[in-house]
Design a protein around this ligand. Structure first.
Ligand code: FUB
Length: 329
């Protein structure tokens, strides 16, 4: 068959212009915010593994994207989504802002990820499958805005499965969570079965020193480190099906003291993955369950609850609600 070059070129132009339009829309601050009352708070798509970041008075919610068909097995995740709010009830959907194919060395599987800001640059640490080194790996994308556009910061993985020999499994280098202390020191925590951590160099894209481990009771995955006053908190998914437990320390390097359960099992999802963030003087616990209609283990949805501290700095167990959180007036 003879190829019709002008027609192909025309199709290419149309596709390119549609992509550019979508990227412009994604970056536009003119997106319309839509009200979402009650949990799950994200209702337009199936979302999982929330990571929240507050920047310039806006809460940015980065999520995984469950695309598995109803009734089918296994995670089908190709990209990450972005939502934002200024009042916790009206949400802008920025759409798909990062795809595994932007990491040339990866072969897919957009698992849990985390975005942080340092000195006006934004770093997105992601879990993907490595194309040539068997197992999961951690990559880093960088941008000048919390909305992107994002580019692979390294052109290779930051962490690969062959760099860690603590377990036999190929999925132990997942779920990166980055914490930046008040003095600018940055740390990355990650893992499955074994919780690992390392310092990050000032450039945020190189490990600074040895990979170390943290001994946490029943650690499964999903570490998240935050700080309140002078105390550091490391929350994580424990056991399977997963609950969320937490430990406290007076340094991001530990030693960590186990403090107990933070969140019980969630409905219709054996995974449980949290982000903890303070926004406009209120602390929030952001997680996922499988409760949207036709939802489930591989079709999850992000929910939000209030998080409350006790006088001694420990955290009260999360109350999972269908009401979710109220509008910030
Ligand atoms: O979403 C894929 C994986 O499931 C994440 O990396 C884990 O934390 C669990 O939520």
């Amino acid at each position: 068959m003879k190829t019709n070059i002008p027609v192909l070129a025309l199709i290419g132009l149309i596709v390119l212009s549609a992509c550019n339009k979508r990227q412009t829309e994604n970056q536009s601050s003119e997106l319309e915010a839509k009200e979402s009352i009650g949990n799950p708070v994200i209702k337009d798509l199936f979302t999982a593994d929330p990571a929240a970041m507050v920047y310039n008075d806006t809460l940015y919610l980065y999520t995984g994207h469950d695309e598995q068909e109803e009734g089918q097995q296994g995670f089908l995740m190709n990209d990450w989504l972005l939502y934002s709010t200024t009042d916790m009830v009206n949400w802008k959907s920025h759409g798909s802002v990062l795809h595994t194919n932007q990491f040339s060395w990866a072969s897919g599987q957009a698992w849990a990820a985390h975005v942080v800001e340092k000195e006006g640059k934004f770093y997105w640490y992601v879990t993907v499958e490595h194309a040539t080194i068997p197992g999961k790996a951690i990559g880093v994308a960088v941008a000048d805005s919390p909305k992107g556009p994002w580019t692979d910061a390294l052109g290779e993985a930051l962490v690969t499965n062959d760099m860690t020999t603590h377990t036999e499994i190929g999925w132990d280098d997942i779920d990166p969570a980055v914490f930046i202390d008040d003095d600018g020191s940055a740390y990355i925590y990650w893992g499955n079965t074994v919780c690992k951590w390392a310092k990050l160099k000032d450039n945020m894209i190189e490990l600074d020193g040895e990979i170390q481990t943290i001994d946490l009771p029943s650690f499964t995955e999903a570490p998240w480190v935050h700080k309140r006053e002078d105390m550091y908190y490391l929350s994580y998914a424990s056991e399977f099906p997963e609950k969320i437990d937490y430990a406290m320390a007076d340094s991001p390097e530990g030693p960590w003291q186990y403090k107990g359960r933070l969140n019980d099992l969630v409905p219709d999802s054996p995974t449980n993955h949290q982000a903890i963030v303070e926004y406009k003087d209120q602390w929030y616990f952001i997680y996922h369950n499988g409760k949207l209609p036709t939802g489930g283990e591989f079709r999850r949805s992000v929910c939000i609850e209030y998080l409350t501290y006790n006088e001694d700095g420990t955290i009260q167990k999360i109350e999972q609600t269908s009401e979710g959180v109220s509008k910030i007036e």
